[in-house]
Ligand binder design. Structure first.
Ligand SMILES: C=Cc1c2[nH]c(c1C)Cc1[nH]c(c(CCC(=O)O)c1C)Cc1[nH]c(c(C)c1CCC(=O)O)Cc1[nH]c(c(C)c1C=C)C2
Length: 582
């Protein structure tokens, strides 16, 4: 399906933004398409290299091959298969089969990926977790020696008492009402760790007992190293502008003409809030609304879903992408072909020289454009996560229904000597993947707890560690019917303190050295979620389209480095209108 790209601004739901000044990177994009003259004689990049064959590389190849059907695109993948961290494995068990996910397992708020699924023709292969299902509603935190259910709405007096007794929310209850009165940070502070930001503005207990658990579940990272400016950008910008995150949020609603009182009265808080957003995020949402036409039936399923995945696991997305690019005819995927180096061509940098292969037999080729998903060790450190999937034939081996539980950094060592980050209740969280009943769990180990380790547990040790976590936390002493251990070495980049400044230096360096002929995409620059990366590839393809690939300064990092002021916008305008608006 060819998408309509330039919908008239009068038809666009975000048309009023068209009259405002655009950030420099966007402005140059618009101007370029009308007035630019070519810096090369060719109308399209004849040869494009994609460095890395994970989801970032494959989705870039997919979107870019559509923009430039005449280009010859080569994807270089170091491993024996493309697909990166998305790995799903079917395992035979008595009476049928179960699916084990070794990396990411579900997608949330994933409009670009949903649209991609529609294009790939795999919508019928999706399985949804409904918003009203226990898996979407029930979230647990293990603290200090038991599971505590987090409230999704205002807790009843008995629920409140239980939470108070657990001590988990004590810091929040004291700190949140005080937050609007806490002094604004000094102007000289350009970044701060999440731990420090929350301790300064709310309470250290909230950081250690609750927020550290959430950041285990997303980044497997340490809140005392991760950047608040990058990962809590709303709160960071609200404090910068209004002196308080909560007070700022309240003022923002008043300024929007939809004061919080009104929103609460109408019970529409979830769809009517105003937030601060970068103009390029607003532009990206506008483009989604202009370009996507997601079918009604799919939209309504997405609206009712909290997360989705595939009946055959997330790897299905990879195999479908591979098939789709193979059909295009202008994409070649070379596996077992690591990239040894890439450098600008000659003095003028109007191309990229890429050397690939194993050290004893390398090949050097020149490309008009290269899209790199390769990591830059100077930008972020990485953490390693070990997943242990376990299947027990007995259903309901534990009494909980829900997504699973996360373990905060404050849990005493005796309660978590294995350094687990959390446990996912797979059989409760996702349905439609297994042909037999039973209890399926995944124990996640490592992350920042293993920083600096030279060796990691082997499969037998990891399985023993997972079993001992389950025995201590869930009282499960049975032997699993089937299990699988997978080590994802250096899989999640850590956006640590000062990330934004490092990204800006990186952007300047790449822009200067490669003059627009090297563009970057992937979880180190777009976000660690699968959809973040796919949306990064989609944005990159839009940036490159028409004459965009000739932009002598482009790097793909503009959305993370542009310093235009954030703007007030209705939260619904940051999403696909059909999904959030109806
Ligand atoms: C392989 C390990 C990963 C861990 N985090 C991520 C990966 C790939 C990335 C990630 N996890 C979540 C998000 C938030 C947005 C989203 O896409 O849902 C991101 C970017 C949340 C999340 N964490 C876990 C699950 C099952 C989910 C999604 C579903 C949901 O929120 O309902 C579990 C989990 N992931 C990791 C750990 C350590 C962990 C622990 C239970 C690391």
């Amino acid at each position: 399906m060819r998408l309509t790209r330039h919908v008239s601004l009068r038809e666009s739901p975000l048309r009023h933004y068209a009259t405002r000044p655009l950030p420099p990177a966007l402005a140059s994009r618009r101007i370029r398409s009308r007035y630019s003259h070519s810096i090369t004689s060719s109308a399209y990049p004849e040869r494009i290299a994609v460095l890395g064959g994970g989801v970032a590389g494959l989705s870039s190849a997919y979107f870019v091959s559509r923009e430039f059907p005449q280009s010859k695109i080569t994807v270089f993948e170091a491993g024996k298969d493309a697909g990166g961290w998305l790995k799903s494995k079917k395992v035979a068990v008595p009476g049928g089969e179960v699916l084990f996910e070794q990396g990411p397992r579900t997608l949330r708020n994933a409009t670009v990926t949903a649209h991609l699924c529609q294009e790939l023709g795999i919508v019928d292969d999706i399985t949804y977790t409904r918003r009203d299902a226990p898996a979407a509603q029930n979230r647990y935190i293990y603290y200090p020696d038991r599971l505590n259910q987090l409230p999704t709405k205002i807790p009843s007096p008995s629920e409140f008492l239980a939470l108070w007794r657990s001590g988990i929310l004590r810091g929040a209850i004291i700190g949140i009402p005080r937050e609007p009165f806490v002094r604004k940070r000094e102007d000289a502070i350009t970044d701060e760790t999440i731990g420090s930001f929350l301790t300064r503005r709310v309470h250290r207990r909230l950081a250690d007992n609750v927020v550290s658990a959430v950041f285990h579940g997303i980044y497997a990272g340490d809140i005392w190293r991760l950047s608040a400016k990058t990962l809590l950008p709303q709160a960071w910008h609200l404090e910068g502008r209004y002196g308080s995150a909560l007070g700022g949020f309240y003022t923002l609603q008043k300024e929007s003409g939809r004061p919080l009182e009104q929103q609460l009265d109408e019970k529409t808080m979830s769809v009517d809030q105003h937030v601060l957003a970068h103009p390029m995020a607003i532009e990206s949402a506008q483009a989604m609304n202009d370009e996507f036409d997601i079918e009604e039936d799919f939209v309504s399923k997405m609206q009712n879903a909290s997360t989705f995945t595939f009946k055959n696991g997330l790897q299905h997305l990879i195999t479908s992408l591979q098939k789709a690019v193979a059909k295009r005819g202008n994409v070649e995927i070379k596996v077992n072909c690591p990239v040894q180096s890439h450098a600008p061509v000659g003095n003028n940098g109007r191309g990229v020289v890429v050397t690939t292969g194993h050290p004893d037999s390398t090949t050097t080729q020149t490309f008009d454009l290269a899209i790199s998903t390769l990591r830059n060790p100077a930008l972020t450190p990485y953490v390693t996560v070990q997943t242990v999937n376990l299947y027990y034939s007995t259903p309901n081996l534990h009494p909980y229904q829900g997504f699973g539980y996360l373990i905060p950094q404050s849990v005493p060592f005796e309660q978590n000597p294995e350094r687990a980050l959390g446990v996912i209740f797979d059989s409760s969280a996702t349905s439609g993947q297994d042909s037999v009943d039973g209890t399926k769990l995944t124990v996640m180990l490592g992350g920042h707890w293993w920083d600096g380790w030279a060796n990691y547990p082997d499969e037998e040790e990891a399985l023993d560690m997972a079993k001992s976590v389950l025995a201590r936390h869930l009282n499960i002493s049975a032997e699993p019917t089937a299990s699988h251990v997978h080590l994802s070495r250096d899989c999640i980049p850590q956006y640590t303190l000062g990330y934004q400044d490092r990204l800006t230096s990186y952007h300047e360096q790449i822009s200067q050295d490669f003059k627009g002929r090297l563009r970057l995409v992937g979880n180190q620059v777009n976000g660690v979620g699968v959809n973040d990366v796919i949306q990064g590839s989609w944005n990159l393809a839009r940036d490159l389209s028409d004459d965009g690939w000739k932009d002598g300064g482009g790097t793909g990092l503009e959305r993370g480095t542009d310093t235009s002021p954030w703007e007030m916008v209705g939260i619904t305008q940051l999403e696909y209108a059909k999904i959030v608006g109806s």
